[in-house]
Every structure is written in structure tokens, then in C-alpha cells.
Design a protein around this ligand. Structure first.
Ligand code: URA
Length: 405
């Protein structure tokens, strides 16, 4: 067979690799017949190959994405082989599969440290001026984590020098360039999804039962909040729920009870669910961040907004809940949940009350956080806002697939 050459726009061009993979696997082109080539000067102008419909399990695609972040010279071929074997029902030689898993494991093991390093660098920005940093990551691509933290956490502009390449966030655009070329804009989605980090040496992405994830989360100490809160407040509800609700973080009452949404905002939420015809017991309710963040004032504990580091640290837990539950509809209660789940800054007023497709294909609905309703000072406005909230919940319920008869 003649060799097919695929030209990628940058060293971890996940989007082009994925669309080429879909097209070539559809034509049964074996891994050995493809040469992967990275264009030295940014994305080539050639059109994307047509991609026939093709279903690849999320775990398989994530393993391929993790392999691409390893920066191994043959990473594109390895990741292609994974998808090719899955689609054609052929076996990957065990040593090759073991190598991929080792590589992915190493990438996951580095992710927590990498996010901490990036976060430390990012704190240098004062919110206006771009910060500049050099990160000596020769074997692991930090680009996906830099993107993840930036869009998830709405960070200030930055410039990051990496071995042989540079990346820049202008506040509006992501620029990327290899040495000797001017950085050019790249699409956010051209980078692979970041690897699922290991927490306390544990690979959460391999746990398949929700109670086991909840148990592991109890011992998580990767962010400072865990040292002050009473306990981890994990999500609760059905592991086969069709609707999943995500709030911001537990409040005072939730911290003491160890259960999400049981305080004043939770009571309002329960009332609205009832009015929308949704049984809370049939759903799964959780938070973006699993610990209560507060500032002591006398004997009171005053809620403090969860910051970027806490949100990034807790992301593996939320990802694990989503992976296991696979809800039909994900309801994002407030801006913290919406920007964490959509991976970009979100203005609630602009994005609420309609179906949104998340990166993995899940249907989402953005709405206000119930505690917002408690803070509306004017009675008439409060009633109006509450009715809108109930309407959003009804919309979300209407997007569930029906239960099997
Ligand atoms: N607010 C939240 O976001 N979550 C809770 O569990 C309680 C209040």
C-alpha cells in the first residue's frame, strides 16, 4: 500500500489527528501505511478529510488523547493504532498496549504537579499584564492543562515558552508556534482534553463504582480547603440518573451534614424541583468543588467563592461522576459550574434556558444558582426569577430520553 501522509497543524494537534483517524479508519488503512507529519509553520490550509460517523468509547478516545500528550515521536501512530484496533476488532500486540498504558499513566501522574506549577506561574499575572514563563517540560505536553486552566478559570493573558514551542493566551485568542515561527491562532478544540490526574497516586479514571469514587474523595488533600472543611461533600443520587445537577460548592449546612444542597439554597432547589415535576431521588446532585471554602468571622463561617486552584483540583472528581453516571442532561447551576463544565467563561444571562451540547456530546442546560434567588431583594423580581428557574428545570427535564417501558 502507498503511504498516506497526514500533515498536522502543531505537535499535539488532536482535532486534525482525530478527523484524519476517523477518515482513514473508515477506509481500513492500517497504522503502518500512514506517515504523520507536523507542519513547521502552523496549520496547513488543506481541508479536513471527510469524517464518516463513527462511535469510539470515551475511555478509548481519552487514552489516545493522553498518549498524544506524551510527546513521544510515534505518539500519532500509537494513538491511531488504538482507534484502528477498536474499530476493526483487531488486537493490539500486548507490549504495544502496555506501552500506551504506561505512557498514559505517566502523563496522568504528572498532571497534578503540572497544574500546581502552572497555577503558581499564573498567580504572577496581576489580571491585566500578561505573565511570561518558561516551563521545562520535555516529555509531557502541558499545553492542554494550560488551556484547561485558562478557560476553566478565566485567567489573565500569559505567554508560555516550552521546549521547541511557544503558546500564548491573549485574553481572546490562543496562539501557538514552534521555534523560529510566529505564533498563530489555533482553535481551542485542537488540543486534546487534559489527562485525568492521579490523586494520592490513585487513578480515578479507572474506578467504575460511584461509592468507590466517593470513598477515595474523602481522603483527597490536594487543595488547602480540605484542611479546614469538616468533610468532603460528595455528590449523591442515582448512579444511573438521567439528570445530573452541578452547583458550586457545599455551604455551611452541607459541610456539617456531609450532603449537597441541604441548606437554604437546597431547600429552595427542592421546592423548584417539585414544581418542575422532577423527583430529586431520580437525579444526581453534586458540586463543582467538594469542600466548603469559608472565612471565619467570630463564630460564623462566611462563604468564600471557590478559586481557580480549588476548581482545578476538584475537576477529576466531577469528571469521574460524569463518566460513571453519563446523564442525558447536565444542569449547570450558576457560573462556576457552567464555566467549569463548558471549559470557558460563561455569562449566565446569555447562555441560560436553552440546550447546549458539551464537548463529549452530553446535553447541558445552564441556569442560575438557587442561592442567587435567595439574594434577589425585590419580592416581584424574586417571584419572576424563581419562575424562570422552574421553567429552566422543566426544559432540562424535557430533554431527558424517556425511560424504557
Ligand atoms: N450551594 C451549592 O452550590 N452547593 C451546595 O451544596 C449548597 C449550596
Amino acid at each position: 500500500m502507498p503511504q498516506t501522509t497526514i500533515t498536522l497543524g502543531h505537535p499535539i494537534d488532536f482535532a486534525r489527528w482525530r478527523s484524519a483517524t476517523r477518515a482513514l479508519v473508515g477506509q481500513h488503512v492500517p497504522p503502518g501505511d500512514i506517515t504523520w507529519h507536523v507542519a513547521p509553520s502552523g496549520p496547513p490550509d488543506t481541508p479536513e478529510p471527510a469524517s464518516p460517523p463513527f462511535r469510539i468509547p470515551r475511555e478509548t478516545m481519552q487514552l489516545a488523547a493522553d498518549v498524544l500528550q506524551s510527546m513521544l515521536p510515534d505518539r500519532f501512530t500509537l494513538a491511531y493504532h488504538l482507534i484502528y484496533a477498536h474499530a476493526t476488532g483487531t488486537e493490539i500486540p500486548p507490549p504495544e498496549l502496555a506501552r500506551m498504558e504506561d505512557v498514559a499513566q505517566a502523563v496522568r501522574a504528572e498532571t497534578v504537579h503540572l497544574r500546581h506549577d502552572l497555577f503558581t506561574l499564573m498567580q504572577r499575572g496581576d489580571g491585566h499584564d500578561a505573565w511570561n514563563a518558561t516551563l521545562d517540560a520535555a516529555t509531557h505536553a502541558p499545553e492542554c492543562n494550560a488551556r484547561f486552566m485558562t478557560f476553566q478559570l478565566s485567567l489573565a493573558p500569559w505567554r508560555l515558552a516550552l521546549p521547541g514551542r511557544r503558546m500564548e493566551w491573549t485574553g481572546e485568542k490562543l496562539l501557538y508556534g514552534q521555534d523560529g515561527t510566529a505564533p498563530a491562532p489555533i482553535a481551542f478544540g485542537s488540543l486534546p482534553p487534559p489527562a485525568m490526574p492521579l490523586v494520592n497516586g490513585l487513578d480515578i479514571s479507572r474506578i467504575t463504582a460511584l461509592p468507590a469514587v466517593a470513598l477515595a474523595a474523602r481522603t483527597c488533600r490536594i487543595c488547602p480547603m480540605a484542611r479546614h472543611a469538616t468533610q468532603t461533600v460528595f455528590g449523591e443520587g442515582r448512579s444511573d440518573a438521567r439528570m445530573m445537577f452541578v452547583g458550586e460548592q457545599p455551604g455551611d449546612k452541607e459541610d456539617l451534614a456531609g450532603r449537597p444542597f441541604v441548606g437554604p439554597a437546597g431547600q429552595l432547589f427542592d421546592r423548584a424541583l417539585l414544581e418542575a415535576g422532577i423527583a430529586r431521588d431520580d437525579t444526581y446532585v453534586t458540586n463543582t468543588v467538594k469542600h466548603f471554602k469559608f472565612r471565619p468571622r467570630g463564630t460564623r463561617r462566611i462563604h468564600e467563592k471557590a478559586g481557580p486552584e480549588e476548581i482545578a483540583s476538584c475537576a477529576p472528581w466531577l469528571a469521574a461522576e460524569r463518566r460513571i453516571i453519563r446523564p442525558h442532561v447536565l444542569v449547570m447551576l450558576g457560573a462556576t459550574a457552567a464555566s467549569a463544565l463548558l471549559g470557558r467563561p460563561v455569562t449566565i444571562g446569555r447562555e441560560r434556558s436553552r440546550a447546549i451540547t458539551l464537548a463529549d456530546g452530553t446535553t447541558g442546560v445552564v441556569t442560575v444558582h438557587p442561592s442567587f434567588l435567595l439574594r434577589v431583594p425585590d419580592e416581584a423580581a424574586r417571584v419572576r426569577e424563581y419562575d424562570r428557574f422552574v421553567a429552566d428545570l422543566k426544559l432540562a427535564a424535557s430533554l431527558r430520553a424517556p425511560t424504557a417501558p
